[in-house]
Ligand binder design. Structure first.
Ligand code: CMP
Length: 137
C-alpha cells in the first residue's frame, strides 16, 4: 500500500551537513518528498512526539539533544515506505547498524546518554499519522 511516514533528519545530521546525502538516498530509493521543512521544535512538541519514551533514562537527554539545533522534517510517501525507510535508516545503535544503511555508514557513537543517530522514521501506520500531525499539522 502507498503510505506516508514522518522522517526527521535530527540535529546531528543537520549540523554535520548530511541532509543532502540522506535526502539523496531517500530519493534514489524512489520515495516521494511530499513536504520538507526546517523545524526548531519546542519542548511541548517533543514531549508529544516522544511520549512513549517518557521516564526512560535517555528521555531528558533526548529532549535536550532534539532542541540543540534545527531538524529537517520530511513527509515521505511510497509503497511500504514506513518499513522501507526504517530499513534504509538501519538499527538505532550506530555502532551495530549495518553498513549500507544511513546510521551504519554515517552514524557515530559519541558515548553520550542519548544515541545521536541522525534520523528518525515512524515505526507503524499509527505512529506515522500521529507524528505527521505533530510535525506538519
Ligand atoms: P528515535 O527513532 O528518534 O526514537 C527514540 C530515540 O531515543 C532514538 O531514535 C534514539 O535517538 C534514542 N534512543 C533509543 N534508545 C536509546 C538507548 N537505549 N540509549 C540512548 N538513546 C536511545
Amino acid at each position: 500500500p502507498i503510505e506516508e511516514t514522518l522522517v526527521l533528519v535530527k540535529p546531528d545530521g543537520v549540523a554535520r551537513g548530511l541532509t543532502g546525502a540522506i535526502l539523496a538516498r531517500i530519493e534514489a530509493k524512489g520515495y516521494a518528498l511530499v513536504d520538507v521543512r526546517l523545524v526548531e521544535p519546542d519542548r511541548e512538541r517533543l514531549e508529544k512526539h516522544y511520549a512513549e519514551h517518557a521516564g526512560k533514562p535517555f528521555y531528558e537527554p533526548l529532549l535536550e539533544f532534539m532542541q540543540s539545533g534545527p531538524s529537517v522534517a520530511i513527509r515521505l510517501a511510497g509503497n511500504r515506505v514506513i518499513e522501507g525507510f526504517r530499513s534504509l535508516a538501519g538499527t538505532t545503535d550506530p555502532t551495530t547498524a549495518a553498513p549500507g544503511t544511513i546510521r551504519g555508514d554515517f552514524g557515530r557513537d559519541w558515548g553520550l546518554a542519548v544515541q545521536q543517530n541522525l534520523v528518525h522514521g515512524s515505526d507503524s501506520p499509527e505512529s506515522a499519522s500521529r507524528e505527521l500531525e505533530i510535525w506538519f499539522g
